[in-house]
Design a protein. Structure first.
Length: 401
């Protein structure tokens, strides 16, 4: 009899981003293969998956780590949740429901942790390009301070670093109890292994599944006459947003004819900053969209020459780049995390730049704009074929092994 899989995911698609989309595709894989799957989530209206039962609980909704894990401990005491554990064979943890691992092991479940970040080895769950693969305790604390000040932009949060750091260390102990840990790229697995060698024997590498609608989509690329660059990562510091205005300013100073389209979640002050900058530019056209639905993003890719992805962290396997390749849009991206693995063997590796290096970015954009329409479309087609064959391991097979 196929094992029954209990998935605990604090948020579920269409909420969230790449990790949540991957979880939705994997749950669908499991169900389609014949496994009985139950999803417990804090998302009130998750996108339905045929054959999958969803259970909502507000105990998974809090976003603050301290509160979230406290509520998760409360969830572990709920009778209905204990009954769910007893009736399933596998606990699948795709986000951060680590406090539930000891309870699952107590009930004899096999536990699979799916890493879409660096939660077991980093206080802040990300790895910046400028930090060592295996930092000392002192380096970790300095990086925690940097992250709170720049990524969260909230000095008050720094007061909670000692408590948050203690919980992070505790989470490492929970994760060590897992039977299998899935990493989504070889580079991510390398970093995790260096920081937590005790996990090495449990790690399996499986690239995230590609959304089938992107693979089957009939591609009709019609490039804008002016080189058009997409930036879809919002005003996140770790995604390199602070680099975007600098690039725009330099391009305009060099009298480069180019169009920038920015999308994603932005705070009002950053929207105002971009609008003020756009008014001062003479040669560069800037279109500021803010947060748009996914269908709109797909439409934008139809006329775009490239996706600019200036992330300053080791992205495990960024879906923005996956989607860009699947839609025939050339990624001009940071050499970080799984990006190189995705582009390896294609001409797009010439457009990869060192994270945070403005001069590198300008050089890569110059290479792009020196290409004609047919060359850009041909490279996009090459990338589209590459990404179609990229994910050849069914994650569902690892979960249910």
């Amino acid at each position: 009899m196929p094992p029954k899989v209990l998935t605990v995911s604090e948020i579920f698609w269409p909420e969230g981003g790449g990790a949540e989309l991957a979880t939705r595709l994997i749950v669908e894989q499991l169900s389609r293969t014949g496994y009985e799957v139950t999803v417990v989530t804090g998302t009130r209206k998750p996108e339905p998956v045929p054959g999958v039962e969803f259970r909502y609980t507000p105990l998974l909704k809090a976003s603050n780590r301290l509160v979230r894990w406290g509520l998760m401990e409360a969830l572990a005491q709920q009778r209905w949740f204990k009954e769910l554990l007893k009736s399933h064979d596998v606990l699948y943890v795709p986000l951060a429901a680590y406090p539930l691992i000891p309870l699952a092991k107590k009930h004899g479940l096999r536990v699979v942790v799916h890493l879409h970040n660096y939660a077991p080895v980093r206080y802040h769950s990300v790895k910046y390009y400028f930090e060592p693969d295996a930092p000392t305790l002192s380096q970790e604390l300095k990086l925690a301070l940097y992250h709170e000040l720049y990524a969260h932009r909230n000095p008050a949060r720094t007061a909670l670093i000692p408590l948050s750091f203690a919980l992070y260390k505790r989470s490492r102990a929970w994760i060590r109890q897992a039977d299998t840990i899935i990493c989504v790229s070889k580079r991510q697995a390398e970093i995790v292994t260096k920081s937590a060698p005790e996990l090495a024997d449990k790690i399996r590498v499986a690239y995230n599944p590609i959304p089938p609608e992107l693979v089957s989509l009939k591609l009709e690329k019609a490039l804008d006459e002016v080189p058009t660059i997409l930036y879809v990562s919002g005003d996140s510091h770790v995604k390199g947003f602070y680099i975007i205005p600098r690039v725009m300013h330099i391009l305009d100073k060099k009298k480069v004819k180019m169009k920038f389209i920015t999308a994603g979640s932005y705070r009002q002050k950053n929207i105002r900053m971009l609008k003020n900058l756009a008014r001062k530019l003479s040669f560069l056209e800037v279109q500021i969209l803010g947060k748009v639905d996914h269908n709109k993003v797909v439409e934008l890719h139809k006329t775009a020459w490239a996706l600019l992805f200036p992330s300053i962290i080791e992205e495990p396997l960024p879906y923005a780049v996956v989607e860009s390749m699947a839609l025939g849009t050339v990624p001009v991206a940071s050499r970080a995390g799984g990006v190189l693995e995705m582009l390896e063997g294609t001409r797009a590796t010439e457009l990869i730049f060192q994270p945070g290096n403005i001069e590198n970015i300008m050089n890569r954009l110059e290479i792009l704009t020196s290409m004609n329409d047919s060359e850009v479309i041909a490279l996009g087609n090459e990338l589209r074929e590459k990404i179609k064959s990229f994910s050849n391991i069914l994650v569902s097979n690892i979960i249910t092994k």
